[in-house]
Write a protein that binds this ligand. Structure first.
Ligand code: ZN
Length: 319
């Protein structure tokens, strides 16, 4: 009942709202046992296709005469995109933009936070250790999750040192490349998706380190090399960049300037909200996360969620 009301309120808001709107939807992991499952994505894509002109970052400029435009971004390029999202994109004709860190996609590296998620599954019953001031207890996800939050803003060398210490204390060793559950899309899977014409690549750095954490020279090197590598792989210029983590403090005027100077036309944050289609600042675009409740997706995509956040004085999306 509550959801039916929310869904109706979102439709009513979309009818009266005159703002030309750009809604950027975002997805991370999607599989049958994840919080966001293929059926959620299916419902969500059907809704987008019926209410929005859904396009891709490189064609956004050509879409500004529409009143409601949407983009779909998928962060990180796990195999889920091929297994569980691409088939839905193909069936619904909804284009998707993949934000791909190149060390993960092209060099078989782990995403550092996935190593901690894997360690959580491997910890032997009864294990209790303390790493970097955080208590890790086998069978309890809390400590592992706070360790990820704690390490997010550390420079890569220190972060990797703490992760190595965690594995040493747990007495388990991660395989050199991520196992199936944590693996990236392969080159072949990516090529097949690119050939469909529905998939576009988005820069997401090489190492998936928060932009404001990297020294400027390192950030520029990662931006430059990852963009060149993805362009060489896809044979097409990249229009958009996506800030790793993307919350407030994870990008700044200096990082946005670096992104713009690399030749990108727009950049995505993880701050919750929709954007004015023509007047939004292109290097700090807001996004909307897919939610298991479709009514919440409709509230956020329609712009009703922005009104609600404004009234409550809330900034949502800081990770
Ligand atoms: Zn990411």
């Amino acid at each position: 009942m509550r959801d039916m009301f929310l869904s109706l309120a979102s439709s009513a808001y979309a009818l009266v709202d005159r703002t030309p709107r750009l809604t950027v939807l975002t997805l991370h992991r999607v599989h049958p046992t994840a919080e966001i499952r293929p059926r959620h994505v299916e419902r969500c894509f059907r809704y987008l296709a019926s209410r929005f002109h859904v396009t891709r970052p490189s064609e956004l400029d050509a879409a500004t005469h529409h009143r409601r435009v949407a983009l779909v971004t998928i962060d990180d390029g796990h195999v889920d995109a091929y297994r569980h999202i691409f088939p839905i994109a193909r069936a619904s004709g909804v284009p998707i933009a993949l934000c791909v860190p190149t060390d993960f996609f092209l060099r078989g590296a782990w995403l550092w936070f996935d190593k901690i998620a894997w360690a959580k599954q491997q910890a032997r019953a009864g294990t209790r250790i303390r790493v970097d001031g955080v208590d890790l207890l086998a069978g309890d996800p809390t400590g592992f999750e706070s360790l990820v939050v704690r390490l997010k803003r550390d420079p890569p060398p220190r972060r990797d040192e703490v992760i190595a210490e965690m594995f040493a204390r747990l007495a388990v060793a991660p395989p050199p490349s991520p196992p199936d559950e944590y693996r990236s899309l392969t080159a072949d899977e990516m090529k097949e998706m690119l050939r469909s014409g529905l998939v576009e690549l988005v820069g997401h750095t090489a190492s998936h380190t928060i932009a404001t954490v990297l020294p400027d020279a390192d950030l520029r090197r990662e931006l430059k090399e990852s963009k060149a590598e993805l362009e060489a792989f896809s044979g097409r210029p990249l229009a958009a960049f996506c800030y790793p983590n993307g919350g407030r403090g994870d990008f700044s005027p200096a990082t946005s300037a670096a992104v713009r100077e690399m030749g990108y036309a727009l950049a995505f944050t993880s701050i919750e909200g929709t954007n004015h289609l023509r007047r939004a600042e292109p290097f700090t675009l807001r996004r909307v996360h897919v939610h298991p409740r479709q009514a919440v997706v409709e509230k956020l995509c329609s712009g009703l969620g922005d009104v609600q956040n404004r009234i409550a004085g809330r900034v949502v999306g800081d990770a």
